[in-house]
Ligand binder design. Structure first.
Ligand SMILES: Cc1cc2nc3c(=O)[nH]c(=O)nc-3n(C[C@H](O)[C@H](O)[C@H](O)COP(=O)(O)OP(=O)(O)OC[C@H]3O[C@@H](n4cnc5c(N)ncnc54)[C@H](O)[C@@H]3O)c2cc1C
Length: 437
């Protein structure tokens, strides 16, 4: 075990460095135990670089890493579901990691203990020397009535699968001869709430399906009959992008038939229609809700200091008021300022924290975490993307190639690196698969 002499970390006068961790190993044969919550962008990246001089335990209900930027592509079959996941069990990190498929339900930092629940065996406890919280965030419904019950979210693989099945079922229903004209029009109405990158990319993928695959698979349905509506509560979609890029996205999406309505806040969702603040009602057959992320319940009820639903950390990602608890990704935010809830931030933090903990082992000095913005990207349909960085803004076909190349190079495993281009090629040649399962 480790004995802590005073604080685990102490800041140096220069503020950009901390003094080495003053931990003393009492029994040199026993490894210090690091418990990591989550298998998302931050946690998975951290585990990949964390030294095996630690005893590493990962607790997460999801037994795979999910490459979220390509999730919208699976909702219509551009990519297959298994192409964008990496199972934890067969990943090379498992050589030195113990994994429990369970979720953390509460924290007892004063006892260095977390409480967990497995859907197979019930509750259990895990102790730790260091705890790393990377549980991500939840879908934000803003407490609007009917969203949880009626809308599809787009966050996990099962969400994408249920959207795809629901959409295809509606196309099948629409061509049953007994269906009324009114009902056919409703079930062929697809509404997307949220004009951020995820909402826009889903709309783009849906239009690709409608224009490229619907005529082949469902010749009885005219693509113009399927109404795609994108609702955004704010004055513009893609608010993180430059105005000139937003204009390009609007033009491209509208050309492909998307009805984009800004300043349109939803006030209530019924099973077959939704209501706007203005009182206007929109019937829908498929409703996809993508309005950003809100606090995770385990974070909200944790003993840690939170701000805007995120655990507050110092510049070394150490949770305020603790000595051995760290937090990163969508569930945390450094006290110096809120970072965007993106994979970019989570990935950089995962890499940083692994390096910091490795340096602590060697009693080396630590550096503060610094986020490097690498750029924004969004697919806008019809083989066109937006790419915005410090140096260049690109749109159209060239940036679509860059968008695909960027994600291809970021894919973790060789299996994914083979499957994703294979799916892209298959879709290009044979079209999207319309099997319902
Ligand atoms: C459809 C979609 C597209 C996106 N596209 C982009 C993009 O193009 N670029 C970009 O930068 N970002 C993108 N993002 C955002 C990005 O995915 C998130 O910011 C990122 O996943 C955050 O990483 P994280 O590690 O904090 O959490 P996550 O990746 O969400 O991982 C959280 C992990 O914690 C686990 N967990 C949950 N509850 C518990 C619990 N109680 N105990 C233990 N484990 C738990 C989960 O199972 C999961 O493994 C996208 C997100 C979505 C949904």
């Amino acid at each position: 075990m480790w004995k802590r002499a005073g604080g685990l970390l102490e800041r140096n006068v220069s503020r950009s460095w901390v003094a080495p961790c003053r931990s003393v190993r009492m029994n040199s044969t026993e490894k210090e135990k690091v418990v990591i919550l989550g298998t998302g962008w931050s946690s998975f990246r951290m585990v990949q670089s964390l030294s095996d001089k630690y005893k590493i335990v990962v607790v997460s209900p999801r037994n795979h890493f999910l490459f979220t930027p390509l999730l919208p592509s699976t909702t219509t079959g551009t990519l297959e579901f298994r192409s964008i996941v990496e199972p934890i069990r067969t990943s090379k990190i498992m050589d030195h990691v113990t994994y429990y498929q369970a979720h953390c339900t509460s924290f007892e930092p004063e006892k260095n203990l977390i409480h967990c629940e497995s859907e197979y065996t019930g509750t259990f406890e895990v102790d730790y020397d260091k705890l790393v919280v990377g549980v991500g965030a939840r879908n934000n419904t803003f407490g609007i009535e009917g969203v949880e019950e009626n809308a599809h979210f787009l966050k996990e693989l099962q969400d994408a699968r249920s959207i795809r099945a629901h959409l295809l079922q509606n196309f099948e229903k629409a061509i049953i001869p007994t269906i009324s004209k009114h009902e056919r029009s409703r079930i062929l109405s697809c509404v997307i709430v949220g004009g951020g990158p995820t909402g826009v990319e889903y709309a783009a993928e849906l239009c690709d399906f409608l224009w490229n695959d619907l005529p082949r698979a469902y010749p009885q349905i005219n693509a113009h009959e399927v109404k795609v509506t994108l609702l955004e509560a704010g004055p513009n979609i893609l608010s993180a992008f430059d105005a000139s890029m937003v204009k390009k996205a609007l033009t491209s999406l509208r050309k492909r038939g998307v009805d984009i309505r800004t300043d349109s806040a939803v006030s209530k969702v019924n099973p077959e229609s939704l209501e706007l603040d203005s009182g206007y009602k929109i019937p829908y057959g498929t409703l996809v809700w993508s309005t950003g992320v809100g606090p995770h319940e385990v974070v909200s009820k944790s003993p840690f200091k939170t701000e805007r639903g995120r655990i507050v950390t110092d510049e070394y990602l150490k949770v305020l008021g603790t000595e051995n608890v760290f937090a990163f990704g969508d569930c945390a935010s450094p006290e110096s300022g809120l970072l965007p809830a993106t994979a970019q931030v989570a990935l950089q933090q995962g890499k940083y924290l692994a390096r910091s903990l490795n340096r602590m082992q060697q009693n080396k000095e630590l550096q503060e975490f610094k986020y490097h913005f690498l750029g924004n990207m969004a697919y806008i349909g019809g083989n066109k993307s937006l790419l915005e960085s410090e140096y260049v803004n690109l749109s159209g076909w060239v940036s679509w190639i860059a968008w695909r190349a960027a994600y291809f190079t970021r894919l973790g495993s060789w299996v994914n690196k083979i499957q994703v281009p294979f799916d892209w090629t298959k879709t290009l040649i044979f079209g999207r698969d319309v099997t319902i399962f």
